[in-house]
Design a binder for this molecule. Structure first.
Ligand code: NAD
Ligand code: 0WE
Length: 258
């Protein structure tokens, strides 16, 4: 018996089979949930449609979260098939490429700061704002964050500030929506080689370091994240809200390997 049977969950952030959102969609499908998907632009549309079909879904809708109109039309479109649903997964993060390389002070710009915060943090509450009336009691909202919100990680730069904002967003949203029976949480994932991680300087070195320092002595993968995400969106996690759950093999609690 799947623990998500009867739940309708909207998945954002699928760009490839490597995407964290793809791992989450798979894990949720295994637990019996019905899924709907968004794609950022037409380039990604056919791929997301194919993934959706393989997970028994034919609800695939465009949404560019940098545009308010796009968020609103997402939910008016979704309403045609799902008048009510049980939550969404926000697996979206972005800063202009020049922000993620080199000295933080040198790299950061007003525009880089604004775009990182708008796309990576504001978009989470913007989505909640637009679909609040469509959410069932016991719905669950989930986003993805990274340790760079809590610690200064080389090259992560302004994305660290945007993730810190996203984590505060989780707490404020949880507090605001709790009375309505809606839970809001984040998974702080260890580093995973996805499109968003490709081209990041020293990413290989980072993963190698992870393997030896992490208590479980291996890198985290999208199945690990998917299973934790499925749990958090299920009624098994009814007592958890406003929380940042580290799914990082314990990396963040350790300081050295022997
Ligand atoms: P990914 O490249 O597969 O996914 C990123 C997604 O963001 C893509 O689907 C892209 O289309 C979407 N996106 C970017 N700008 C958008 C916009 N304006 N509107 C709509 N969608 C937009 O990479 P991923 O690693 O799976 O990233 C998913 C989430 O996980 C991100 O929030 C990322 O910060 C977070 N995260 C990733 C790692 C990692 O190491 N890969 C670790 C911790 C957290
Ligand atoms: O959140 C992320 C990546 C987010 C991201 C990635 C890109 C690459 C392409 C945001 N914006 C962009 N913009 C682009 O143009 N992660 C947690 C993965 C990641 O990125 C890092 C990391 C890790 C881990 C950057 C530096 C150091 C570590």
């Amino acid at each position: 018996m799947g623990f998500l049977i009867g739940k309708r969950i909207l998945i954002t952030g699928v760009a490839s089979k490597l995407s964290i959102a793809y791992g989450i969609a798979n894990a949720m499908h295994k637990q019996g949930s019905e899924l709907a998907f968004t794609y950022q632009n037409n380039k990604l549309k056919p791929r997301v449609e194919e993934f959706a079909a393989s997970l028994d879904s034919n609800i695939v809708i465009e949404c560019d979260v940098s545009n308010d109109g796009s968020i609103i039309s997402l939910f008016s479109e979704l309403q045609k098939t799902w008048s009510k649903f049980d939550g969404f997964v926000h697996a979206i993060g972005f800063a202009p490429t020049d922000q993620l390389n080199g000295d933080y002070i040198d790299a950061v710009t007003r525009d880089g700061f604004r775009i990182a915060h708008e796309v990576s943090s504001y978009s989470f509450v913007a989505m909640a704002k637009s679909c609040r009336e469509m959410l069932n009691k016991n719905a669950s909202l989930l986003t993805l964050t990274y340790l760079g919100a809590e610690r200064a990680v080389p090259n992560y730069n302004v994305m660290g500030l945007a993730k810190a904002s996203l984590e505060a967003n989780v707490r404020y949203m949880a507090n605001a929506m709790g009375p309505q029976g809606i839970r809001v949480n984040a998974i702080s994932a260890g580093p995973i080689r996805t499109l968003a991680a490709s081209g990041i300087k020293n990413f290989r070195k980072m993963l190698a370091h992870y393997d030896v320092v992490t208590p479980i002595r291996r890198a985290i993968n999208i199945h690990d994240i998917g299973n934790s995400a499925a749990f958090l969106c299920s009624n098994l996690a009814a007592g958890i809200t406003g929380e940042i759950i580290h799914v990082d093999g314990g990396f963040s609690i350790a300081v050295m390997s022997e």
